[in-house]
Write a protein of this length. Structure first.
Length: 239
């Protein structure tokens, strides 16, 4: 029984190590995904800026076309005024010209706003392009380094899994089944140390008779409080 308990202790140690390594591996994978995501975000951001610039350019062109039309209308009206004979018609054409000139002023202001927005956006596009190029240059190296770390952790996990297989072959199937069930129920901790009359898994006091039974190594004893398998651990003797 003592040998079986030692195997369970080793098994718990291996499983705990694997649990820690899996968490580390998941974190590394998150970092790796983040590298790719940063590159995707940079590309999408640049594409969005270019699309916005194209839209602004289109709007500016439409405003310029409208402005040109209004200027032509003003010129035509001014030419027509020379042939007008009545004061009423002259005043009507004058109002049309005034309205058109006001429209030209508003259009020119809008065109200027579009030019300003385009200048700012083009500066942003240039900066985004530089950032993207830098990301593209170092992303592959960063990805490779992070993947190497993930692979190294996986190698360590594989080694521990082989050690685990060796140990589990020496344990009875019913004990192993109970161990796995407890691990699932107790957040990965199926085995607990018993010391000075206490279960170190739940920190509860053990019945004296049960605790004394641990010294005999005759049977597999579990904590009556948390049901973990108990392994006796004595305080080292002081020199």
């Amino acid at each position: 029984m003592k040998n079986r308990l030692e195997l369970l202790e080793q098994l718990q140690e291996i499983d705990s190590q694997v649990d820690v390594m899996k968490v580390a591996q998941n974190n590394l994978q998150t970092d790796l995904n983040g590298i790719d995501q940063a590159l995707d975000d940079a590309r999408e951001g640049l594409a969005a800026c270019k699309a916005r610039a194209a839209q602004l350019e289109k709007e500016k062109s439409e405003l310029e076309a409208s402005n040109a039309t209004e200027l032509e209308n003003i010129q035509r009206s001014e030419t027509n005024m020379k042939e007008i004979k009545t004061n009423k018609e002259y005043q009507a054409v004058g109002r049309e010209i005034a309205a058109a000139r006001k429209q030209v002023t508003e259009l020119e202001e809008q065109i200027l706003q579009k030019i300003t927005q385009l200048d700012e956006l083009n500066n942003q596009i240039a900066a985004s392009q530089t950032t993207l190029e830098e990301l593209e240059q170092n992303t592959e190296q960063r990805r490779s380094e992070k993947q190497s770390e993930i692979d190294k952790v996986q190698q360590d996990i594989d080694v521990d899994r082989l050690r685990r297989e060796v140990i589990t072959k020496e344990l009875p199937a019913n004990v192993l089944k109970r161990y796995d069930s407890l691990r699932a129920q107790r957040r990965g901790q199926a085995v607990a140390m018993a010391r000075d009359g206490y279960c170190m898994g739940c920190n509860m006091h053990l019945p004296p008779q049960l605790y004394n039974s641990l010294f005999k190594y005759e049977e597999l004893i579990t904590c009556p409080h948390c049901q973990r398998m108990l392994i006796l651990k004595l305080q080292p003797a002081q020199q």
